[in-house]
Design a protein around this ligand. Structure first.
Ligand code: AMP
Length: 281
């Protein structure tokens, strides 16, 4: 497995692979890799000849009071994990390389970025879409792999590739959870043992909603209220949002028809965690 630290070398690697007639899969990440990330890579490996994983803690998608500085970084451990699932190359650029002096071009998806995490984290999706667009131009993948954990992000990236005529197949991989139900996240590293216990309320509340839905409850307000009530019963949890929108266009709906994304963001202590389920009528 190659670790590639420059844009030029990355371009040369993919050009070589293309010349050899190989298809390329890309899994963009911010590192601190866990089983959720590794699942994206395994899926990429099963669908593409060559798998590139980018590890880049993207400064422009963090707000001024967010965790950019303390976000966990450990290339050596990440590289071991990627090698274990057959990744061919890890792209590990620096912020200075991605955003050199004079950088002034941003990609903005409108509308569907005004709600959920886009509302709580102003500028977040502008940063995400810009870096993903750059990665797509550098790596030129046939397919790119993202997790349902960030379901809004997948909808936003698909919007971008459709709107800008990028010929890249965007694959969404289901959420990988710990046995306890907790969605895997690099930010789980911030949680104390007590907070980790409290954090189980996220998946538990969504599970309750899923059960109610399976039992015939289709009214979005009732399903959202059910989730909120469960979370409010946990003293260490503070709701940022509990929302439900049609997926993937994130239109407002009153009843679950087609697909509805039931998504939440909750602070457990200082750590903001997200989770979701997609209800399918
Ligand atoms: P991140 O490093 O947190 O930016 O995540 C990189 C990619 O991994 C994104 O597409 C995430 O949606 C995906 N991902 C993160 N956690 C999970 C998980 N628990 N299950 C599936 N995909 C995940």
């Amino acid at each position: 497995m190659r670790i590639i630290k420059s844009i030029k070398e990355m371009r040369e690697f993919v050009a070589e692979m293309r010349q050899a007639g190989k298809s390329i899969g890309l899994a963009p990440t911010m590192g601190a890799l866990h089983a959720g990330h590794l699942e994206l890579m395994s899926q990429a490996k099963s669908q593409c000849d060559v798998v590139v994983v980018s590890i880049f803690v993207n400064p422009i998608q963090f707000g001024p009071n967010e965790d950019f500085a303390k976000y966990p970084r450990d290339l050596a451990s990440d590289a071991q994990k990627t090698a274990g699932v057959g990744v061919d190359a890890v792209f590990y650029p620096t912020p200075e390389m991605m955003y050199p002096d004079g950088f002034a071009t941003y990609v903005n998806v409108e509308g569907i970025t005004d709600k959920l995490c886009g509302l709580s984290r102003p500028g977040h999706f502008r940063g995400v879409v810009t870096v993903v667009c750059k990665l797509f131009h550098i790596v030129k993948p046939d397919k790119a792999f993202f997790g349902q954990k960030d379901a809004q992000q997948v909808a936003v990236i698909r919007r971008m590739t459709d709107d800008l005529d990028m010929d890249i197949d965007i694959q969404m991989i289901p959420i990988v959870r710990e046995e306890s139900g907790l969605a895997m996240s690099s930010r789980n590293e911030y949680l104390s043992p007590l907070e980790r216990e409290a954090a189980l309320v996220l998946s538990r509340s969504l599970e309750k909603a899923q059960q109610a839905f399976s039992g015939g409850e289709k009214t979005v307000e009732i399903l959202k209220a059910l989730v909120a009530r469960e979370i409010k019963a946990e003293p260490m949890a503070l709701i940022d949002y509990v929302e439900a929108y049609r997926y993937p266009d994130l239109a407002e709906v009153e009843q679950v028809e087609d697909k509805v994304l039931l998504a939440l963001a909750v602070y457990i202590g200082k750590t903001r965690l997200i989770d979701n389920i997609i209800l399918e009528a």
